[in-house]
Design a protein around this ligand. Sequence first.
Ligand code: GLP
Length: 241
Amino acid sequence: MEIVKVKNYEEMSERACDLIIEIVNKLDNPVLGLATGSTPEGMYQQMIDSYKRNEVSFTKTTTFNLDEYVGLVGNDPNSYRFYMNDKLFKHIDLLADRAYLPNGDTDDLQKECRDYETLMYKAEYIDVQVLGLGLNGHIGFNEPGTAFDSRTHIVDLDETTRKANARFFDSLDDVPKKAITMGIETIMESKKILLLVAGEKKAEAVYRLINGETSEEFPASILQKHENVTLIADEEALSKL
Ligand code: GLP
């Protein structure tokens, strides 16, 4: 794992954006794996700025997001579809029919999981997958205990994850109890992984990611086994190493 230590959140966002733009400009049909949460917001803003400066175009790019809540419609302000539209998609020239997220608002969730895998397979999988890090080591919505050989599936969200994400909702009761997420094996098939971590509250998780044993109890630990991971982390996130 390559560790890039940066000063702060701004620098993390800039470095991450540079890496994404380089890949988008290099490949004929780039496939990006995207994440939500607070961590990648700065990177998305940098990507928009870069697009507006004509440094990049996304017309040949396909994107797949990691996860989505179950039971929220796409225009619900707390859905990840809404987040992606708001923070990135509507500001750049990515084609709407190439911007995929799992659909958590369907009667047949198992079919949705299978269909999502098929779409990624047809796109020949992800060139670079952006990941944030949950406090309990979750990646996407793969909570502790998720099998390392899991594919896209439905999960029951941890209470700790629901509480951490409650800040975006009116109340904890409004936070969905289930989500649909790419599995660990799906994520590990990405050709490159770009893990972004900032802030002191993630320091313990980063320590465990780097120094802990590879265990399904800490999903992100599997990344030690991937041959092309770049971790961009700020000084605070690396403070326990
Ligand atoms: C959320 C998302 C993850 C994200 C993580 C960290 O629950 N499902 O994809 O990486 O938690 O979020 P944040 O970046 O806000 O700390």
